[in-house]
Design a protein around this ligand. Structure first.
Ligand code: PMP
Length: 363
């Protein structure tokens, strides 16, 4: 067993028991003498896998029956485009709440897709101030007509998380790529939830879409058939060949999560891990994190060294101890420890011990 703890923001570490199972059945899946990658997605074994994985995800997230669950291609960014194509009719307007890098990228994609002549159809409300605190406006009193409100509850790059669901008179669309299944959410508060898989679900190449069925009855612009939610729903996510290996691993991750107690149980563990790391950062003047405590991400803990000249040494020493991929995103610099569902408490404890020793040695 590897002694490396991988803090990569994504593709991120997967639960070791899931990888071990995949390894054991790689050459012979379900007694067929071939791997899961080499069988038809329309054959009975894969259809059974697809059905079971959807049922498991529904159970884990308590997804009501009036929602479709879709397994799609194209990662998070694919959904930036699909959302616009599926919901922004020729005369509609959409509202984008910006709280960091990824919500901004989603808005940029929407602006690109509607084109210059219709740029007014995308409205932007930027709600993260210098203290890295997100203040959500009271949308419930708005008389504006938007097709949807888009936001990103966990900003992977900035380490900013919004824990409260948003109340709005329009369908709320959430990019949950880096927080899905890390804590319970009330799905019924959302029009659509999407997530690229490569953090809490499985390998990249797959994205999950959970969409309220009645929203698919609205008139639409003309999305490509592969990005059309209606077609995906009609074909049980098999209009074209789905990313079968990624789907298989996601199915195993869902089983693993159920086995360890589900989303409520993992939330307890995630809180414990994040508290341990933020306590270390707050107690040692050698480190700082500028995010308001109410918006500190449980999944992506960003921090800076008081002396930035030590960044390279910090990363090299950490790596020598088996603590890898701690470098912050190039846009914000500093460090980032991504501690998704699969990261055990021991990994965070080892990081905290290392950070404590490093601060002592260099203070
Ligand atoms: N949204 C969020 C919140 C992300 O963290 C990422 C990737 N890190 C994306 C979207 C883009 O995902 P992809 O690279 O799969 O397109």
């Amino acid at each position: 067993m590897s002694t490396v703890y991988n803090f990569c923001a994504g593709p991120a570490m997967l639960p070791p028991p899931v990888l071990a199972k995949a390894q054991a059945e790689l050459l012979d899946w379900q007694g067929q003498g071939v791997s899961v990658m080499e069988v038809s997605h329309r054959g009975a074994p894969f259809i059974a896998l697809a059905k079971e994985s959807e049922a498991d995800l529904r159970e884990l997230m308590n997804i009501p029956d009036n929602y479709h669950v879709l397994f799609m291609h194209g990662g998070g960014r694919g959904q930036f485009a699909a959302v616009v194509n599926n919901f922004l009719g020729n005369h509609g307007k959409a509202l984008y709440l910006i709280s960091g890098q990824w919500s901004k990228s989603a808005a940029d994609e929407a602006i690109r897709l509607v084109g210059e002549s219709q740029v007014d159809t995308i409205e932007i409300v930027s709600k993260v101030n210098g203290l890295n605190k997100v203040t959500v406006p009271d949308f419930s009193v708005s008389s504006e007509q938007y097709r949807y409100l888009h936001y990103c509850p966990n900003e992977t790059v900035n380490g900013i998380e919004m824990f409260e669901e948003i109340d709005a008179p329009w369908p709320v669309i959430a990019d949950m790529s880096s927080t899905i299944m890390s804590r319970p959410v009330d799905v019924s508060k959302f029009g659509l939830i999407y997530a690229g898989a490569q953090k809490n679900i499985g390998p990249s190449g797959l994205s999950i879409v959970i969409v309220r069925k009645d929203l698919l009855e609205l008139p639409i612009v003309n999305p490509s058939s592969i990005m059309d939610y209606r077609i995906a729903a009609q074909h049980d996510s098999m209009f074209n060949t789905p990313p079968t290996f990624a789907w298989y691993l996601a199915a195993e991750v869902f089983k693993w999560l159920k086995q360890i107690g589900g989303v409520a149980a993992i939330e307890g563990m995630n809180k414990q891990k994040a508290e341990l790391l933020y306590q270390c950062i707050d107690h040692l003047p050698f480190y700082k994190n500028g995010v308001d405590p109410q918006n500190r991400s449980r999944m992506n803990v960003t921090f800076q060294l008081a002396d930035e000249d030590l960044n390279k040494v910090f990363l090299a020493d950490a790596e020598a101890q088996g603590l890898v991929a701690l470098k912050g995103h190039r846009i914000v610099g500093g460090m980032r420890a991504s501690i998704y569902n699969a990261m055990p408490l021991e990994g965070v404890q080892k990081l905290v011990d290392f950070m404590t020793d490093f601060a002592e040695k260099h203070s």
